[in-house]
Write a protein that binds this ligand. Structure first.
Ligand code: GLC
Ligand code: CA
Length: 596
């Protein structure tokens, strides 16, 4: 949602000054060092001559399990439901699925409040359902990535239940407990990003505990070596079950200033009516990098990938998450990309160039379960389907790994609640009407045009927008011009074309305000991508001599335009409104092909 996004972004965009004041990082020995040797080697075998790893060639796909497919018709998606859709995912061209939390949870934050890290919530199935899904995925060469909610647990987690039971309990220091400043006065002015004070008074022991998110999500104390050991052990437990990596939730907020300095207050109020604040002392503290380096050591033993929910201000900040020697996250998500909220070639050019200058492999996302769907954010209300293809044509042909959000491939749109009473996401109730919550982008996957879009025979947990009648998998599969078929063709091309997999990114025609063009260049082979982001027809012309290509024609590989020849003159290209052209240029003779 725009509001939440702006809250998160505000936190991210504020300069960081906490480092100097923050206390010395706890330096316990990491459990990684003590880990028993695993079967997988710590140096992952590259998949190509460029030394690329599996995750650099993979297409990732985020699944919100509540909303994907409901196998037992209770209105909530589940793991057997996901299992039943693996063939669909394979056909789409997905290599890895990231499943958002499916662990036991009171579901206050719909799974991001974990009460047991080593089990499956009964509403999603059982551990044996997980194993079955894992085996079925493996059989199709689809890897499974789980969500690692490491900043906080549920208040119903046994660790927290023990922690709050007494000041001397075994798990007391697993969380952040402090005395208030006085009666009814929290320890400092820090705010929860979900509204209100970040401190919750607990009568039993007369102290406050810290929660960056909901009060039901107490923050773990990562300065405690026992927390680190337990949490590292969780990742190992799932790796041993065969998962291929984790998406690390909320890494920015893992540490807080132990001296609890007040954060600077800014002018104005946020959607929750709280003063705006610069999260100087509880966001992006440097200690997080020690933890990430430790987690990476464990991951490397399993050839696993770590993806980060990293809300960074700029590429310099993003670079820190790759680690000083590429020893932290392989895939910190570049959310800066999602902040280009208009179809602007100059803005995207800038952002793509920045991503390509990063110290690690770029990771592109257009949307996720916390952000308004890309179909709405980029759509103009009239040409949304064409624009959905334009966006795919761009981010699926860039140098880097894309992470799709389920439903994006069929043009699913937001379905925001109409009334406060209809809201399920607690921030939407608290922040209504400025903040409507994130229900809108989390609605059930649209499989066909039968009632409830084929998601369930029960009552879906969130209402499905009427657009499911046209925007669903079954109907789009039959239409060669649908968004879905375009995604399938594009991902197929991406998997088989060397230049798209491994080529450099070379910006072209950088002054063009309407058409975004670039080459993906690999040795004497290149793919030319030309994207008209405007509602008017545009002309484009390319001289690739400077890039070492004498070719005057491109061989058409894929396009959204119906009247394009199999070979197109580079000097004279006509682009339909909101269109994508992808063609091959090489220095060898071009052989004619059939019309795509
Ligand atoms: C991340 C998740 C979000 C969740 C929050 C708290 O931002 O993406 O959905 O509410 O962490 O766990
Ligand atoms: Ca179900």
């Amino acid at each position: 949602m725009p509001k939440l996004l702006s809250v998160l972004l505000l936190a991210a965009l504020l300069p960081l000054a906490a480092s100097a004041q923050a206390g010395p990082p706890a330096k316990p020995q990491t459990s990684a060092a003590k880990a028993k040797p695993s079967t997988a080697s710590s140096t992952a075998p590259p998949v190509d001559a460029e030394g690329h790893q599996w995750w650099q060639h993979a297409v990732f796909y985020e699944i919100y399990p509540r909303s994907y497919a409901d196998s037992n018709n209770d209105g909530i998606g589940d793991l057997p439901g996901i299992d039943s859709k693996l063939d669909y995912l394979k056909r789409l061209g997905v290599d890895a699925i990231w499943i958002t939390p499916c662990f036991p949870s009171p579901q206050v934050d719909f799974g991001y409040d974990v009460s047991d890290y080593e089990d499956i919530d009964p509403m999603y199935g059982t551990l044996s359902d997980f194993d079955q899904m894992q085996r079925d995925a493996q059989g199709r060469n689809i890897r499974i990535i789980l969500d690692f909610v490491m900043n906080h647990t549920s208040d119903q987690n046994k660790w927290f239940i023990d922690s709050r039971s007494s000041r001397t309990s075994k798990h007391r220091d697993w969380y952040v407990w402090r005395d208030g400043k006085g009666p009814n006065q929290p320890p400092n002015n820090w705010l929860s990003t979900f509204g209100g004070s970040a401190w919750q008074f607990d009568g039993k022991t007369s102290q406050y505990y810290y929660h960056f998110f909901y009060p039901q999500q107490p923050d773990l104390n990562w300065r405690n070596p026992a927390v680190k050991d337990a949490m590292f052990g969780v990742t190992r437990w799932w790796y041993d079950k065969g998962v291929a990596g984790f998406r690390l939730d909320a890494v920015d907020t893992l540490f807080e200033d132990p001296n609890l300095h007040d954060n600077p207050v800014l002018p104005g109020k946020n959607a929750f009516g709280d003063p705006k604040m610069k999260n100087e002392y509880n966001d992006k503290l440097p200690e997080v990098h020690d933890v990430l380096q430790g987690l990476r050591k464990v991951a490397d033993q399993y050839n696993a990938v770590l993806i980060g929910e990293t809300w960074t201000t700029d590429i310099e900040e993003l670079n820190k998450y790759y680690g000083p020697t590429s020893n932290e996250l392989q895939m910190p998500m570049d959310f800066l990309f999602t902040t280009v909220n208009k179809l602007s070639p100059p803005d995207f050019r800038k952002q793509i160039a920045a991503a390509n200058s990063a110290s690690g492999w770029p990771v592109y996302v257009l949307g996720n379960h916390d952000i308004e769907r890309s179909y709405n954010r980029y759509g103009d209300g009239k040409h949304n389907d064409e624009i959905a293809k334009v966006m795919a044509g761009m981010y699926l042909t860039l140098r880097g790994t894309p992470i799709l959000y389920y439903g994006e491939e069929i043009g699913m749109q937001n379905n925001d609640p109409k009334t406060r009473a209809a809201v399920k996401d607690p921030i939407g109730r608290r922040g209504w009407p400025d903040e409507k919550g994130r229900d809108g982008e989390r609605t059930p996957m649209q499989w066909d045009n039968t009632p409830n879009a084929g998601f369930t025979k029960g009552i879906p947990w969130l209402p499905i927008p009427v657009s499911y009648r046209t925007h669903n998998v079954a109907s789009e599969q039959k239409d060669p011009y649908s968004i879905l078929v375009f995604y399938q063709n594009l991902l197929k091309l991406r998997h088989t074309n060397r230049a798209l997999l491994d080529g450099d990114y070379v910006a072209l025609n950088e002054d063009d305000p309407n058409v975004l063009s670039y080459l993906r260049r690999y040795k004497d082979q290149a793919v030319l991508v030309v994207i008209n982001m405007s509602p008017q027809q545009q002309e484009a012309s390319f001289d690739l001599a400077a890039q070492g290509f004498s070719a005057t024609q491109a061989k058409t590989l894929l396009t959204t335009m119906s009247s394009v020849k199999s070979q197109t003159a580079l000097s004279d290209m006509t682009l339909a409104p909101f269109s994508v052209y992808i063609g091959e240029v090489s220095n060898t003779a071009i052989t004619p092909i059939h019309k795509p």
